[in-house]
Design a protein around this ligand. Sequence first.
Ligand code: FE2
Ligand code: FE2
Length: 134
Amino acid sequence: MLVPWNDRYATGIDEVDFEHRELVELVNRIHDTYVESNGGAPAIAALFGDLNRAIAAHFALEEHHMRAAGYRALPAHKADHERLLDDLRDMMDAHEAAGTRVDAAELGRALDAWFSVHFGTHDAKLFKAIGHHP
Ligand SMILES: [Fe+2]
Ligand SMILES: [Fe+2]
């Protein structure tokens, strides 16, 4: 498993935690499918699509909570969201253009780096600041 669930990803906001678990599951599924098929599984494009939609919706939800709380670090947090979405789109484009040539280890590193780091820093800070962190 690429990104095992970690309780520090929990925020205490049920809908956000539900989505964090869902995202971790999707990332692991896409990575496993990628490794098993060496990037050749027809399901990969659909999984990328699912991940992209789930992430975009999740970021919108978090940004809603940040605005509602008047959260000062919103611009930096939102900028990291934009960066993650750009990276994901680049990955999807590369996968489409190259067929099977996106390196699975590289994909794994990129996905893990996003999620572990973003969840553990920006998200953790946010929920600590707005008082929902357990
Ligand atoms: Fe998040
Ligand atoms: Fe976030």
